[in-house]
Design a protein around this ligand. Structure first.
Ligand code: DHB
Length: 348
C-alpha cells in the first residue's frame, strides 16, 4: 500500500479529513498511533477559537450523512506547530505525512500564519505540507473563497507571492549559516526545507466552474496539490418528530459530509484530475467509508484519500478495515500497486 506523494514515502494513501478528531494533541496522538498514512490538523487560525454554539454536529441514525457547523474551533496555529515539533521524529519514523491546515478568516490572518511558520525555519523540518483552506462554509457572514470566482485568483496570487518571498528569505538565511545545507527550493525533488503547498477546495457542481477553477490553479506552479472536496456547504437537515433543525448555528444550516457526498467528491476528483494533469496531485475527500470507496477515489485520480465522517462514526479503527478491504479488492483484481489503477477510470 506504499504511496509516494512527491518526495514523501507514505505507508498508505489514507489521511484523516481535517476537522474530524484532530483538534487536540490527544486526538492527533490517536490518529498517529493508528495505521493511517498521514495526519492533518484541524484547520487553524492565528489565535485559538471557541467556534459556534453547540449542538454543532449531527448524524442521523442511518449514517448516510453528517452535518456540521463547527465554526472553526481550534487551538491556534502555534499549538499545532508545537505538536509537530514534539512528535515529528516519531511520525517520520512511522512513515506518516505531517499536514497543517490553515484557515485564516482574512487574507491577513493567512499571511500572518505563514510568517509565524517561516520565521522559525526549524518549523519547516517538522512539516511536510501546508494546506490553505479556501472552503470553510460555517463562518457567519463569510463566503467560501472557493466560490468567489472574482477574487480567487488575486487571493491565491497574494498567498503564493508571500510564500515565494518567505522561501527566498530562507534561502538567504541558509547561505549565511554554514551549518545548514543550502536548500534548492525551486526543485520539487529537493526536500530539506521544502514544504508542499495545497489548497482545500469546496465542491463544484457545474462543468464551467471546474474549468474556471482549474484555469486559475494552473497559473500557480508552486501549488503541489488540491484537496477536494470540503463538505457540501449549507445543507439543512430537519427532524420531523421535533419539527426542528438538528444543529444550532446558522438556523440549522451546515456542511454535509458522509456517504451521500461521495458521487460529488468523485466527480470533483476526476474532473480536476483531467484538467490539472500530473502537475497537481489530488487528495480525494468525501464519503469514503470502506475499501471500495477508497478504490474508486484512486481510480478517479486521487493520490491520497481522506476519511472524515467514518472516523467520527467508528473511530480510528475504521482505518484498518478500509485498508484491508482495499487489499482484498486489489488481490481479486490482481493489482499489486496503487499506480496500476490510479486515474484509470474507463468510460462507456
Ligand atoms: C470548519 C468546517 C469546514 O468545512 C472547514 O473546511 C473548516 C472549518 C468548521 O466549521 O470548523
Amino acid at each position: 500500500m506504499n504511496t509516494t506523494f512527491y518526495h514523501l514515502n507514505l505507508i498508505n494513501p489514507l489521511i484523516n479529513a481535517s476537522g474530524v478528531k484532530c483538534m487536540y494533541s490527544s486526538q492527533l496522538d490517536e490518529l498517529a498511533s493508528s495505521n493511517i498514512g498521514s495526519i492533518v490538523t484541524k484547520t487553524c487560525t492565528p489565535s485559538p477559537r471557541q467556534g459556534n454554539p453547540e449542538p454543532r454536529y449531527y448524524e442521523p441514525k442511518n449514517h448516510l450523512l453528517t452535518i456540521n457547523s463547527m465554526g472553526l474551533p481550534n487551538e491556534g496555529v502555534q499549538y499545532y506547530l508545537d505538536y509537530y515539533k514534539k512528535k515529528s521524529a516519531s511520525l517520520q519514523l512511522s512513515g506518516k505525512g505531517r499536514f497543517l491546515s490553515l484557515g485564516g478568516l482574512s487574507i491577513n490572518e493567512n499571511l500572518n500564519m505563514l510568517d509565524i511558520i517561516y520565521q522559525n525555519p526549524e518549523n519547516l523540518t517538522y512539516l511536510d505540507a501546508i494546506e490553505v483552506n479556501l472552503s470553510c462554509p460555517n463562518i457567519v457572514g463569510k463566503a467560501q473563497l472557493g466560490y468567489d470566482f472574482q477574487n480567487l485568483e488575486s487571493y491565491l496570487r497574494v498567498i503564493f507571492t508571500k510564500i515565494k518571498k518567505l522561501e527566498e528569505m530562507l534561502l538567504v538565511d541558509m547561505t549565511k549559516n554554514v551549518e545548514l545545507e543550502k536548500p534548492e527550493l525551486k526543485d520539487k525533488d529537493d526536500t530539506k526545507y521544502k514544504v508542499l503547498i495545497g489548497c482545500k477546495l469546496p465542491p463544484y457542481f457545474d462543468m464551467s466552474h471546474f474549468q474556471l477553477v482549474a484555469d486559475i490553479l494552473n497559473k500557480f506552479p508552486r501549488l503541489d496539490y488540491i484537496n477536494c472536496i470540503n463538505s457540501i456547504g449549507n445543507g439543512l437537515v430537519i427532524d420531523s418528530d421535533t419539527e426542528t433543525v438538528v444543529i444550532k448555528p446558522k438556523n440549522g444550516f451546515g456542511g454535509l459530509g458522509g456517504k451521500l457526498v461521495k458521487p460529488t467528491a468523485l466527480a470533483n476528483v476526476h474532473q480536476f484530475y483531467r484538467l490539472l494533469g500530473d502537475k497537481v496531485k489530488i487528495i480525494g475527500c468525501g464519503g469514503v467509508s470502506n475499501g471500495d470507496d477508497l478504490f474508486q477515489m484512486i481510480l478517479a485520480g486521487a493520490t491520497l484519500v481522506a476519511v472524515g465522517s467514518q472516523i467520527m462514526i467508528k473511530g480510528v479503527k475504521c482505518i484498518d478495515t478500509i485498508l484491508r478491504e482495499l487489499e482484498d479488492i486489489m488481490e481479486k483484481k490482481s493489482y499489486s500497486t496503487l499506480d496500476e489503477f490510479r486515474g484509470k477510470l474507463q468510460y462507456m
